[in-house]
Design a protein around this ligand. Structure first.
Ligand code: F6P
Length: 350
């Protein structure tokens, strides 16, 4: 039912950065409540910040969001465009918003997309942020949607790898995503009963890992080693897929799993193979947890916009959805505390 409201707004919605399951659930919740409860209008900006930068938009009404709740990806498209790296980027965004009659923006993204939102808010743009990332590394929120789905995909892969590793008496190294934070590796490894879990937060000693692997073989079981793509050996470096930087200065990671498998095979004399889960972790349908979290964040985001509560990010704290300043949420990444890693270490090598 429509509420009495003095001011109908035209609101732009965008999704930026790496996609993740649950983005469509946010868009749906924002539009459904925004239209039905408040009578606002929406415009979808395409491909992250590229949309408002280049004036690329599409209609976004209730009919456009029907049926998208379980769909992975984003109906709006995404990109890693950084308007602060483009000449007159901010002015172009402001001009395009004015030209399309857009009063406010809802930006759904991770550290980079919301970092841009934080700066644009400081420059006078009416913006509210919604956190997303499979990496679960955004500050001020206990969980980001996409993470639970990614963990479940990785856990299922580990379950399957256990049986084939046992049959062939091999080590299987599973490389999961997680650039700066090892939440996916930690949770998937714990849930899947990994023999060793390696995170970006703590450099690992390859001889110690080989020791765990040998011990596992002594128990007549085959070891599964879960390694986050950003993990590094002692005195070593992150393994890069190539040397290119994106517009936020990030390198493309990939290859630590293969490097580690070679090391383990040489040190233990047992065959070691690698599985890189890659974008499988980001694709497909979201879990129930992620759909509910994304929906609740979307509902709170449109409430924040309706209240004119600019410069906020909606966040999950305990079981509540709250609003926190974007600046606070994007100040630093939420990495795995070493005491959480210690919980997993109990199981290494056994
Ligand atoms: O930030 C999410 C994430 O999936 C990281 O885990 C990973 O390093 C990165 O995105 C990969 O991004 P892209 O798909 O752009 O290569």
């Amino acid at each position: 039912m429509l509420q009495e409201d003095e001011r109908i707004m035209r609101i732009g919605v965008l999704t930026g950065g790496g996609d993740c399951p649950g983005l469509n659930a946010v868009i749906r919740a924002v539009v459904r409540k925004g239209v039905a409860t408040y009578g606002h209008e929406f415009v979808g900006f395409r491909d992250g910040w590229k949309g408002p930068l280049e004036g690329l938009s599409r209609p976004l009404g209730i009919a456009d969001v029907r049926g998208i709740l379980p769909r992975g990806g984003t109906i709006l498209g995404s990109s890693r465009t950084n308007p602060f790296k483009i000449e007159n980027g901010v002015e172009r965004i402001k001009d395009n918003l004015a030209e399309q009659g857009v009063d406010a923006l809802i930006a759904i993204g991770g550290e980079d997309t919301l970092g841009v939102a934080t700066k644009l808010f400081e420059l006078g743009v009416h913006v509210v942020g919604v956190p997303k990332t499979i990496d679960n590394d955004l500050g001020a929120t206990d969980y980001t949607f996409g993470f639970d789905t990614a963990v479940n995909i990785a856990m299922e892969a580990i379950d399957r790898l256990h049986t084939t590793a046992e049959s062939h008496h091999r080590t299987l190294v599973v490389e999961v995503m997680g650039r700066h934070a090892g939440w996916i590796a930690l949770h998937a490894g714990l849930a899947g009963g990994a023999n060793v879990i390696l995170l970006p937060e703590r450099q690992f000693d390859v001889d110690q890992v080989a020791g765990y692997v040998e011990k596992r073989f002594q128990h007549q079981y085959a070891p599964i080693v879960v390694v986050a793509e950003g993990a590094q050996p002692l005195d070593g470096q992150m393994v890069l897929a190539n040397q290119e930087l994106d517009s936020f200065g990030h390198v493309r990671l990939g290859g630590i799993g293969q490097w580690l498998a070679e090391q383990l095979e040489a040190k233990t004399g047992k065959e070691a193979r690698t599985v890189v889960l890659g974008h499988i972790q980001r694709g497909g349908t979201p879990t129930a947890f992620d759909r509910v979290l994304a929906t609740r964040l979307g509902l709170q985001a449109i409430d924040a916009v309706n209240d004119g509560d600019w410069g906020k990010m909606v966040a999950m704290q305990s079981t509540d959805i709250v609003r926190v300043p974007l600046a606070e949420a994007t100040r630093e990444l939420k990495t795995v505390p070493l005491e959480r890693y210690a919980e997993a270490e109990v199981f290494f090598g056994s």
